[in-house]
Design a protein around this ligand. Structure first.
Ligand code: C2E
Ligand code: MG
Ligand code: MG
Ligand code: MG
Length: 286
């Protein structure tokens, strides 16, 4: 009986394992064709200035609707794209696509907004990244001041000297640099001082349980006051409730992003969001 159970246990695990492997291969194969099949789209999530209530920009987030697999979350396909190197071509497409969208918004006469693009570790290590960004800015004719890049702490800590050099070459272009998911990686505070960055995005895991978790409130306050004293912009991710917004406002956080204001949405819905807020501001005379 024990043997039988053992064998069942074994096959249960191996079946699970091979299912995981099959899915991984399906995602990889699908991703190889996603660009040419035009299955990728970019959605935009507003970033709101907590002092003025104005939308100062947005984060661009990639979406993949695969013909075979349906909607696949970035949490699943970005790591596969990263491991296979496909992220270099995909990331390049995102940068070009977003800059073309920024251009369209400029041409519509909209107030200047800064749009943030997530960079992957692999992309960040590409020796010609800064050069490629210059090309894309020229191609689309937008100012580098309208583009922001989000990087994670792990990308900077791994090879600090090289990372600083890469950041400097990006910074020289005039793009804004921010650290994403701040507080979840190896936040070396001394590195923070040396990196030419503009903003810290407080990870949503610290924001989620405000105001229930007094620990998370303390951590969030500490990040805000440290960031402010380094003259960085503080952005809170994953804000879902008014209580969270009020807490962040009261503690000096500059910008918030999250479902409380809007989910990430397609360009036409982002435009509707902007138009609605503008007419609301006119009505209330602010
Ligand atoms: P991230 O850059 O930290 O993006 C924030 C994530 O939080 C997004 O998930 C967004 O949809 C989600 N989010 C925003 N507001 C809320 C909220 O109020 N509550 C909750 N629960 N979640 C919220 P998404 O779009 O699934 O993206 C996941 C991650 O995938 C991103 O995390 C980023 O690391 C990566 N990613 C997405 N697009 C790209 C891309 O174009 N390039 C690269 N390299 N990575 C990307
Ligand atoms: Mg991000
Ligand atoms: Mg984040
Ligand atoms: Mg994240």
């Amino acid at each position: 009986h024990a043997k039988r159970q053992g064998r069942n246990t074994y096959s249960f695990y191996s079946e699970n394992l091979s299912q995981t492997m099959i899915r991984r291969l399906q995602v990889e194969n699908g991703l190889r064709r996603a660009l040419e099949r035009r299955e990728l789209a970019v959605v935009y999530q507003p970033k709101i200035d907590l002092a003025s209530g104005e939308c100062t920009g947005a984060e661009a987030l990639l979406r993949w609707n695969s013909e075979e697999l349906g909607f696949v979350s970035p949490a699943e396909f970005i790591p596969v794209a990263e491991e296979t190197g496909l992220i270099v071509a995909i990331g390049d497409w995102v940068l070009l696509h977003v800059c073309q969208q920024i251009r369209a918004w400029v041409e519509q006469g909209r107030p200047a907004m800064r749009i943030a693009v997530n960079l992957s570790a692999r992309q960040f290590r590409e020796p010609n990244l800064a050069q490629r960004i210059v090309e894309i800015l020229h191609l689309t004719g937008i100012s580098s001041g309208l583009l922001e890049l989000e990087l994670t702490e792990s990308m900077l800590v791994e090879n600090a000297e090289e990372a600083i050099a890469a950041l400097r070459s990006l910074k020289t272009l005039g793009v804004t640099l921010s650290i994403d998911d701040f507080g979840t990686g190896y936040s070396s505070l001394s590195y923070l001082k040396r990196f030419p960055i503009d903003a810290l995005k407080i990870d949503q895991s610290f924001v989620r349980d405000i105001p229930e978790s007094s620990d998370d409130m303390s951590i969030t306050k500490a990040i805000i006051s440290m960031g402010r004293s380094l003259e960085l912009k503080l952005v809170a991710e994953g804000t879902e409730t008014l209580e969270q917004i009020e807490f962040l406002q009261a503690n000096g956080c500059h910008i918030a992003q999250g479902y409380y204001f809007s989910k990430p949405v397609l360009p036409h819905l982002f435009e509707a969001f902007l138009d609605q807020r503008q007419s609301l501001a006119r009505l209330t005379g602010s």
